[in-house]
Ligand binder design. Sequence first.
Ligand code: PMP
Length: 369
Amino acid sequence: SVPGAGITLGDLPIRDGLRGKSPYGAPQLQVPVILNTNENPHPPSRALIDDVTKAVAAASEELHRYPDRDAVALRSDLAAYLSGATGTPLSVENIWAANGSNEILQQILQAFGGPGRSAMGFVPSYSMHPIIADGTQTQWVPAHRTDDFSLDVARAVATIDEHRPDVIFVTSPNNPTGGSIPIDDLRAILDAAPGIVIVDEAYGEFSSQPSAVALLDEYGAKLIVSRTMSKAFAFAGGRLGYLAAAPAMIEALLLVRLPYHLSVLTQAAARAALQHATETLGNVAAIAAERDRVAAALARLGYTVIPSDSNFVLFGGLADAPATWRQYLDRGVLIRDVGIPRYLRATIGLPDENDAFLTVSAELAATAL
Ligand code: PMP
């Protein structure tokens, strides 16, 4: 056996706040149809692969040097992209970048959360928000969505007034439920918030609602909009998340970020991938059309389908969601049990993957519902 194999986690002097907690754990299984982590199912084009390869080769000439700590060139490219996509003019000082938006969120809680502070989210939502709160010793305060998983804004404001959280997470479109928050509801939350509001727009490119960056001018002292290249940009493996905020917010994050956190290779690859934004994002409409097809087919089969503004659907009416999840897996289709009783979440894949998912859904409908 390996050295140290006799030691258990319980033997280690971890903080009490981490005892009994579970790590993030979406299963990574090699099965024919993988629809469980909300990636873009379209692989990178040959042209993008070639450009990323060339950029990484050129950057490798400088591997003996540390990268640009402030990733200025990459942030400028991201500012140009996000300005174009949202119509809100943003400059390099409005953008910060990190290894995935998870690292962005962690840096925000390192700066604005911490011992004696609290973070609120509207659950069910992205499972990493409470995990990052635990990791930064920020008290997690779950507020609840309505039975149809939407946000009752009056109730949200009352809960904010009651708990006065230092940080509020609003995920739009929300993972795992799929709906976006209307901009007026967001405004009400921003007005009520005593501290920072993070709008997590990981799936922003799929949404029919305008981006919260439109509110940065008005709410610069409170608002941070988090985005990622992992979803619509088909760059999950590249690990590049970013945010848009007032320049002072980024000054705050410089206090907690590790120096040289974004490698030379990551910066070069992300910039090359961004050059292909138009082509990559051309798949967004096709994914949305597939989502609508899958949602309609599930509804016809008798499943409850939560309206989605994203690249996944939450569906339910299941007698035993964990057992049904297993039955999909036994048939080669990996979807996600997000822990909501009677519901499962399926990422939208390529048309033939969606067909495979729907074939199993049809087969299971008689017993699962
Ligand atoms: N926010 C939300 C709502 C997500 O669903 C995800 C990925 N599942 C992330 C953030 C983090 O993604 P990444 O670190 O790849 O940017």
